[in-house]
Design a protein around this ligand. Sequence first.
Ligand SMILES: [Zn+2]
Length: 116
Amino acid sequence: METTTCPKCLGAKRFPQYANIANGDCFVCGATGRVAVARNRPTGARGAAEPVSAACALATLRVWYANARRHGAAWFADEGESGVGMGAVRWYAAQMDAATAGRVLAAFESLAAECT
Ligand SMILES: [Zn+2]
Protein backbone atom coordinates (compact mmCIF):
# COMPACT_ATOMS: atom_id res chain seq x y z
CA MET A 1 0.00 0.00 0.00
CA GLU A 2 1.21 3.49 -0.80
CA THR A 3 1.93 5.54 2.31
CA THR A 4 2.84 9.10 3.07
CA THR A 5 4.37 10.90 6.03
CA CYS A 6 1.92 11.16 8.91
CA PRO A 7 0.29 14.63 8.85
CA LYS A 8 -0.09 14.64 12.65
CA CYS A 9 3.42 13.83 13.90
CA LEU A 10 5.19 14.62 10.59
CA GLY A 11 6.98 11.28 10.79
CA ALA A 12 8.25 11.74 14.35
CA LYS A 13 6.02 8.80 15.54
CA ARG A 14 5.50 10.21 19.02
CA PHE A 15 5.07 13.41 20.95
CA PRO A 16 7.57 13.79 23.82
CA GLN A 17 5.28 16.30 25.50
CA TYR A 18 2.59 13.55 25.80
CA ALA A 19 4.97 10.84 27.08
CA ASN A 20 2.59 10.27 30.01
CA ILE A 21 -0.17 9.14 27.59
CA ALA A 22 0.59 5.80 25.89
CA ASN A 23 4.29 6.70 25.72
CA GLY A 24 3.36 9.71 23.59
CA ASP A 25 2.71 7.48 20.59
CA CYS A 26 1.00 9.22 17.68
CA PHE A 27 -2.51 7.77 17.37
CA VAL A 28 -2.99 8.86 13.77
CA CYS A 29 -0.23 6.66 12.37
CA GLY A 30 0.03 4.15 15.25
CA ALA A 31 3.56 5.38 15.97
CA THR A 32 4.81 4.28 12.54
CA GLY A 33 5.28 7.78 11.15
CA ARG A 34 3.43 6.76 7.96
CA VAL A 35 -0.24 6.71 6.95
CA ALA A 36 -1.96 5.12 3.94
CA VAL A 37 -2.69 7.36 0.97
CA ALA A 38 -6.40 7.50 0.12
CA ARG A 39 -6.85 6.05 -3.38
CA ASN A 40 -10.57 6.61 -3.94
CA ARG A 41 -10.17 9.72 -6.04
CA PRO A 42 -9.03 10.52 -9.55
CA THR A 43 -5.28 10.48 -9.96
CA GLY A 44 -3.93 13.95 -10.55
CA ALA A 45 -6.78 15.64 -8.69
CA ARG A 46 -4.77 16.09 -5.53
CA GLY A 47 -6.56 17.85 -2.72
CA ALA A 48 -9.92 16.88 -4.20
CA ALA A 49 -10.55 13.98 -1.85
CA GLU A 50 -13.65 15.53 -0.30
CA PRO A 51 -16.92 14.49 -1.90
CA VAL A 52 -18.35 17.20 -4.13
CA SER A 53 -21.99 18.19 -4.40
CA ALA A 54 -24.04 16.70 -7.23
CA ALA A 55 -24.42 20.14 -8.82
CA CYS A 56 -20.66 20.69 -8.70
CA ALA A 57 -19.98 17.22 -10.13
CA LEU A 58 -22.43 17.86 -12.97
CA ALA A 59 -20.84 21.24 -13.76
CA THR A 60 -17.39 19.63 -13.80
CA LEU A 61 -18.53 16.84 -16.10
CA ARG A 62 -20.19 19.33 -18.48
CA VAL A 63 -16.83 21.05 -18.92
CA TRP A 64 -15.07 17.71 -19.34
CA TYR A 65 -17.63 16.59 -21.91
CA ALA A 66 -16.94 19.73 -23.96
CA ASN A 67 -13.19 19.08 -23.67
CA ALA A 68 -13.60 15.43 -24.58
CA ARG A 69 -15.59 16.38 -27.69
CA ARG A 70 -12.91 18.86 -28.70
CA HIS A 71 -9.89 16.63 -28.04
CA GLY A 72 -11.45 13.33 -29.04
CA ALA A 73 -9.51 10.11 -28.43
CA ALA A 74 -6.59 12.03 -26.88
CA TRP A 75 -8.79 13.10 -23.98
CA PHE A 76 -9.76 9.54 -23.18
CA ALA A 77 -6.22 8.25 -23.71
CA ASP A 78 -4.84 10.84 -21.31
CA GLU A 79 -6.23 9.05 -18.26
CA GLY A 80 -3.75 8.96 -15.40
CA GLU A 81 -1.67 11.79 -16.85
CA SER A 82 -4.12 14.61 -16.24
CA GLY A 83 -6.51 13.00 -13.78
CA VAL A 84 -9.30 13.00 -16.35
CA GLY A 85 -10.66 10.19 -18.48
CA MET A 86 -13.37 7.66 -17.73
CA GLY A 87 -12.00 6.73 -14.30
CA ALA A 88 -12.42 10.31 -13.12
CA VAL A 89 -15.79 10.63 -14.87
CA ARG A 90 -17.05 7.58 -12.97
CA TRP A 91 -15.77 9.03 -9.70
CA TYR A 92 -17.70 12.25 -10.25
CA ALA A 93 -20.77 10.37 -11.48
CA ALA A 94 -20.78 8.45 -8.19
CA GLN A 95 -21.45 11.77 -6.41
CA MET A 96 -24.77 12.17 -8.25
CA ASP A 97 -28.12 10.47 -8.09
CA ALA A 98 -28.28 7.23 -10.07
CA ALA A 99 -30.50 8.56 -12.88
CA THR A 100 -28.25 11.56 -13.62
CA ALA A 101 -25.11 9.45 -13.27
CA GLY A 102 -26.52 6.94 -15.77
CA ARG A 103 -27.23 9.66 -18.35
CA VAL A 104 -23.81 11.24 -17.88
CA LEU A 105 -21.93 7.94 -18.15
CA ALA A 106 -23.92 6.96 -21.24
CA ALA A 107 -23.04 10.30 -22.88
CA PHE A 108 -19.32 9.88 -22.15
CA GLU A 109 -19.30 6.25 -23.20
CA SER A 110 -20.95 6.96 -26.53
CA LEU A 111 -18.47 9.79 -27.09
CA ALA A 112 -15.60 7.42 -26.27
CA ALA A 113 -17.00 4.87 -28.71
CA GLU A 114 -17.11 7.51 -31.47
CA CYS A 115 -13.57 8.64 -30.78
CA THR A 116 -11.68 5.38 -30.45
ZN1 LIG B 1 1.86 10.09 13.34
